[in-house]
Design a protein around this ligand. Structure first.
Ligand SMILES: Nc1ncnc2c1ncn2[C@@H]1O[C@H](COP(=O)(O)OP(=O)(O)OP(=O)(O)O)[C@@H](O)[C@H]1O
Ligand SMILES: [Mg+2]
Length: 423
């Protein structure tokens, strides 16, 4: 449920929600939606009481006008002149159905199910066996159990539907968008499947080599044994890296609400990490050129995580840059002095635009075979993204295929102050 509306609209929603509650949807309906929904519900309850009192006093002051005795308060509210405008402000789809016929539908319901659904048979509006089932139930039950619906709206959306009897053969039908929690569930399942797959591949390779070495004819060949042991060591290292990266990710995620606040000299850290790379054997004639604005103030952050960020980005520039081309790193202060801007640019194969939006997804690789053969897990940029988020910074990737890639990271001077979470 998104609360991105102006305060006035929010009030409208609260009032609308109130009408819905009065119409028979009990607080319990809303409980599952979390604190925001509960607050709306409680405010709605208050409004409901006001309308009920208004109804009562009208009947008391003018018993003649109130002569057609209302079957119950809930039905009265659904017929209140304000009911339609009220339900229109509810962000979730709400419908009133009389028998099988849609009598009222708020704006959200019309947007989701069609502009002309009022007057239609609900079984044609929502083509789902459960809808046909509850329409045929006699007597009408007070409330339905939650029904999960797919294929309404976009293909990926999942809706929870609940139906509540409001008397006089009428029912109130609510739809709640559950796509968010469904997507989180799917991401979790995908993550476990991906992680298991990434671990299983080197593991089965190690097992295969062990089996071969157990065979006397191969095991006795010293040269073969040395080669196989080398490959097994490489695979074990890959598993180790994957596990380390997974632990890093979960640690950074668990700390994400805690903005880091230790002073870090980013310029010094860049030079330190540069030393590690330029002295490694994998540089293939590449140099790392560093341009750091002198006398920069320290950044407040987490030194170990910023070091990991630099390692991951420079390692990508080294892996995917062309042999013999330079890698340029610069650190400057933004124009208003509020951010430090780190830019890492390589000259290499670049990345096609269609891949850019997905690069920070876990395990996403443009060419997984190639990345894997270089010992990559596809977690590097995901870790970078989480570190930048924890530092309340910004992360941009610009890339031109066959020319090169430029990564820009902007870090606020003090993430704690920026996020309003000074510790
Ligand atoms: N500088 C770059 N130039 C070209 N492609 C890049 C660059 N940086 C990242 N990529 C692409 O983005 C993908 C994801 O990068 P990421 O760092 O997350 O994973 P990885 O490098 O494959 O593995 P890991 O970093 O976990 O060892 C890479 O597989 C590669 O295809
Ligand atoms: Mg990487």
């Amino acid at each position: 449920m998104a609360y991105d509306a102006s305060p006035l609209q929010k009030t409208g929603r609260i009032l609308l929600a109130a009408a819905v509650i009065v119409a028979g949807a009990i607080i319990g309906f809303y409980m599952s939606g979390g604190v925001e929904r509960l607050i709306v519900t409680l405010s709605a309850g208050l409004f409901a009481i006001i309308i009920l009192l208004e109804n009562r006093s009208e009947r008391r002051s003018n018993p003649q006008a109130a002569a057609p005795i209302l079957k119950n308060e809930a039905l009265a509210i659904s017929q209140h002149p304000q009911f339609s405008p009220l339900i229109n402000g509810i962000v979730d789809p709400v419908l009133v159905i009389a028998g099988p016929v849609v009598q009222q539908a708020n704006r959200a319901a019309r947007k989701l199910l069609g502009e002309h659904i009022v007057g239609e048979d609900i079984r044609l509006v929502i083509r789902h066996p459960s809808v046909a089932d509850f329409i045929s139930q006699t007597p009408i039950p007070e409330t339905s159990r939650p029904i999960m619906l797919m294929g309404i709206g976009s293909r990926d959306q999942r809706w929870e539907m609940q139906v509540k009897k409001i008397g006089d053969g009428k029912r109130l039908l609510f739809l709640w968008d559950q796509s968010g929690s469904y997507a989180v569930d799917r991401m979790r399942t995908d993550f476990v499947a991906n992680a298991s797959h990434e671990l299983r591949t080197p593991l089965s390779s190690i097992k295969g080599f062990i089996e071969t070495l157990e065979d006397d004819s191969a095991g006795d060949d010293a040269e073969l044994r040395t080669r196989f042991l080398g490959v097994m060591f490489g695979e074990a290292q890959r598993m180790q890296k994957l596990i380390d990266d997974l632990i890093s990710l979960s640690r950074i995620e668990s700390e994400k609400h805690n903005a880091p606040d230790s002073p870090v000299d980013l310029g010094e850290l860049i030079r330190e990490v540069r030393e590690v790379f330029v002295n490694s054997p994998d540089m293939h004639g590449r140099d790392i050129l560093v341009d750091i604005t002198p006398d920069l103030p320290p950044t407040f952050g987490d030194r170990a995580q910023l070091s990991q960020l630099l390692h991951n980005l420079i390692s990508n520039a080294v892996k995917y840059g062309r042999d013999g081309t330079p890698i340029a790193i610069s650190l400057t202060l933004s124009r208003n002095g509020a951010m430090q801007r780190l830019v890492i640019a390589d000259e290499g194969e670049g990345i096609a635009p269609e891949h850019l939006p997905r690069l920070t997804e876990r395990f996403y690789r443009v060419d997984s075979g190639r990345s894997r053969s270089m010992g990559g897990t596809g977690l590097g940029l995901s870790i970078v993204k989480h570190i930048v988020e924890r530092h309340r910074g910004r992360f941009d990737i610009a890339s031109i295929p066959n020319k090169g890639t430029t990564i820009t990271i902007s870090l606020p001077k003090n993430a704690g102050v920026q996020a309003g979470t000074q510790q």
